[in-house]
Design a protein around this ligand. Structure first.
Ligand SMILES: Cc1cc2nc3c(=O)[nH]c(=O)nc-3n(C[C@H](O)[C@H](O)[C@H](O)COP(=O)(O)OP(=O)(O)OC[C@H]3O[C@@H](n4cnc5c(N)ncnc54)[C@H](O)[C@@H]3O)c2cc1C
Length: 466
C-alpha cells in the first residue's frame, strides 16, 4: 500500500466539507465503532462525507493513495463491512437528508439515512414503503441487499419500491441509475449489495398506510412452539397480502408485560402486522389468538412508526453479535423440530431467532426482474446470537450454538438472504444468487468496478477475476 502523509491529508481537507478523522483524533475511537461491538477494526482514515462532492473526493483520494475502502451507511452489517483495517472508511452517516413529494408519492433519502428517516418522513404524509424491523438500520445496506420487513407481503421488498439511485462509481464518477438511465446498474443495485458504487441518494415510491395499524406481539411458552409454527405454516400459505407475521423465539426478557414466572424461560412469539383497515385486521388475525392460551397478547392498534421501533431496544449498538441464516421452504415438521430443539438450548438471554414469512407481493415479482433471488421461498430464519461485551468467555459458546443450529438446518436451506450473511459472506455470497443472476452480477461488476475496488462487502468479484 502506498502511504499518504500530512500534505496529502491537507490537500484533501482543503475543500472537504465533512470530517476527516485520523487515528490520533480524540473522536477516532467512537467514529470506528459500528453496530456490532464484536468487530473492532482500525482504519487509517475515516472520511465522514457531507455530500456527493465529498464522496467523490474520498473515492478519488482512496484510489490515488492505494487505500482499500469500506463504505458505511448505517453500520449494521453484522460482518462489519462498514469498517476496515488499515484502509479508508467512506462514511455517509452524516448524509441524512430526505424529501417527500406527497403528490408524486415518492421519498428521496440520502445514502446515510436510517429506517427511522424513511418511516418518520413518509408517515408525516400518511405514506410508507417496506423498511426493516429496527429503526436504526441503514437504508443503504438494507435496500441494496433487498430489504425485508413487516410490510413486504403488501408492498413488496424495499427494492420493489426503489425507482432511482444516484451513484458514485469506483472511478469517482457520478451516475444516475433507473429504468431509463444505466438500467443494467439499476437492476444490479436491487439485490447486488454495495458492489457497484456508492449510492448517495435513493428515490422510493410510497403507498398509503396508517398512521395507525393493527400490530404487535403475542407470545406463548416454548411448549406451544410446535403448534404455533405449524399454524404459521398453514396460515401464511393463503393469508391476505395485508398480513405480515414474523415468529421470534428466545428466552423471555424481564419485561413488565411478560409474567415474571416466565422471565428467562424459552418462549415463542408472533409479531403480527395488518397493513389495512384495523377492524378488518381484527377479524383476520383472530385465529392467531386461538392457537393456544397466550402469555402476552399485545396485538392492538398502534402508530406504524411505534411498531417499527419495537425491536430497537432489544438490538442496541455495541453489544456483541454473531448470526447465520437460511432462506427456507415451508416449515415442515422436521424443520420445526430442529428449530424448537435448538431454541430450547439457547445459550444467551439476549439471543433471538426471528423467522420471516415471504409470499404475497414479494413472490409475484420474477427472479429476473431484480437481483434478489428465490422469491418463492416461504420463510427466512436468522439465528442471532447476542451477548454483553463483558461476557468474554461466553462468545465461543454462543457462536457454537449458532453454527450447530445453522448446520442442522442446512439440508432444508433455499439459499441465503445476502443481508443476513455474516463472517461467512465470502463463502456464502454465491449461494445468495441464482446461476443466471450470478452471471449477470459478475458481468456488471466487471463493467462498473473491474478492479474490485469496492470489495469490503458480500463481494461479487468481476468475472474475469473469478
Ligand atoms: C438490528 C438489525 C436489524 C435488521 N433488520 C433487518 C430487516 O428487518 N430487514 C432486512 O432486510 N435487513 C435487516 N437487517 C440487515 C441489514 O439489512 C443489513 O445489515 C444491512 O447491510 C444494513 O445496512 P447498513 O447501511 O446499516 O449497513 P452498513 O454496514 O453500513 O453497510 C452494509 C453494506 O452496504 C454497503 N453500503 C453501505 N452504505 C452504502 C451506500 N450508500 N452505497 C453503497 N454501498 C453501501 C457497505 O459497504 C456494506 O457492504 C438488520 C440488521 C441489523 C443489525
Amino acid at each position: 500500500m502506498k502511504s499518504f502523509d500530512k500534505a496529502a491529508i491537507s490537500a484533501l481537507a482543503s475543500d472537504f466539507q465533512g470530517l476527516l478523522i485520523l487515528p490520533e483524533d480524540p473522536t477516532y475511537n467512537a467514529a470506528r465503532q459500528i453496530w456490532n461491538g464484536h468487530i473492532q477494526r482500525r482504519p487509517r482514515l475515516i472520511a465522514r462525507c457531507s455530500g456527493v462532492a465529498d464522496v467523490i473526493a474520498a473515492v478519488r483520494f482512496g484510489r490515488e493513495h492505494g487505500l482499500n475502502p469500506s463504505v458505511r451507511g448505517g453500520g449494521h452489517a453484522v460482518a462489519g463491512h462498514a469498517i476496515c483495517d488499515d484502509g479508508l472508511v467512506i462514511d455517509l452517516s452524516m448524509m441524512t437528508g430526505s424529501r417527500v413529494d406527497p403528490l408524486a408519492r415518492t421519498i428521496q433519502l440520502d445514502g446515510g439515512c436510517l429506517n427511522a428517516h424513511l418511516d418518520r418522513e413518509s408517515q408525516a404524509f400518511g405514506l410508507a414503503a417496506t423498511g426493516g424491523i429496527v429503526s436504526h438500520t441503514g437504508i443503504a445496506g438494507l435496500t441494496l441487499g433487498g430489504g425485508i420487513g413487516h410490510l413486504m407481503r403488501k408492498f413488496g421488498l424495499t427494492i420493489d419500491a426503489l425507482r432511482s439511485c444516484d451513484v458514485v462509481t469506483a472511478e469517482g464518477d457520478f451516475l444516475v441509475a433507473n429504468e431509463r438511465e444505466n438500467s443494467d446498474l439499476y437492476w444490479g443495485l436491487r439485490g447486488g449489495g454495495g458492489n457497484f458504487g456508492i449510492v448517495t441518494n435513493f428515490t422510493f415510491e410510497l403507498q398509503a398506510l396508517g398512521p395507525s395499524i393493527l400490530a404487535g406481539m403475542i407470545a406463548w411458552p416454548m411448549a406451544d412452539a410446535p403448534r404455533v409454527l405449524r399454524f404459521l405454516r398453514e396460515f401464511m400459505a393463503d393469508a391476505p397480502d395485508e398480513v405480515g407475521i414474523m415468529a421470534n423465539l428466545r428466552l423471555a426478557p424481564p419485561l413488565p408485560v411478560i409474567p415474571a414466572a416466565l422471565h428467562g424461560k424459552p418462549i415463542v412469539a408472533l409479531i403480527a402486522t395488518y397493513a389495512g383497515q384495523i377492524d378488518e385486521g381484527e377479524a383476520i388475525l383472530q385465529p392467531i389468538r386461538e392457537i393456544a392460551t397466550p402469555v402476552v397478547d399485545a396485538i392492538a392498534p398502534r402508530p406504524y412508526v411505534t411498531h417499527q421501533k419495537m425491536f430497537d431496544a432489544a438490538m442496541p449498538h455495541g453489544r456483541h453479535y454473531y448470526w447465520k441464516s437460511h432462506k427456507l421452504g415451508p416449515l415442515t415438521d422436521e424443520v420445526i423440530d430442529i428449530v424448537v430443539e435448538h431454541c430450547e438450548q439457547i445459550t444467551s438471554p439476549l439471543s433471538t431467532v426471528p423467522i420471516f414469512s415471504f409470499g404475497g407481493a414479494v413472490a409475484r415479482v420474477s427472479d429476473e426482474a431484480t437481483a434478489f433471488p428465490y422469491r418463492d421461498a416461504a420463510h427466512d430464519i436468522n439465528i442471532v446470537a447476542a451477548w454483553h461485551p463483558e461476557d468474554v468467555g461466553g462468545a465461543e459458546r454462543h457462536i457454537d450454538w449458532t453454527r450447530k443450529f445453522f448446520d442442522a438446518l442446512k439440508p432444508h436451506s433455499r439459499g441465503v438472504y445476502v443481508n443476513f450473511t455474516s463472517d461467512d459472506a465470502a463463502d456464502r455470497v454465491r449461494a445468495a444468487y441464482s446461476e443466471q443472476q450470478w452471471r449477470r452480477l459478475t458481468a456488471l461488476k466487471a463493467k462498473y468496478d473491474p478492479t474490485n475496488y469496492f470489495r469490503m462487502n458480500a463481494n461479487i468479484a468481476p468475472h474475469d477475476r473469478t
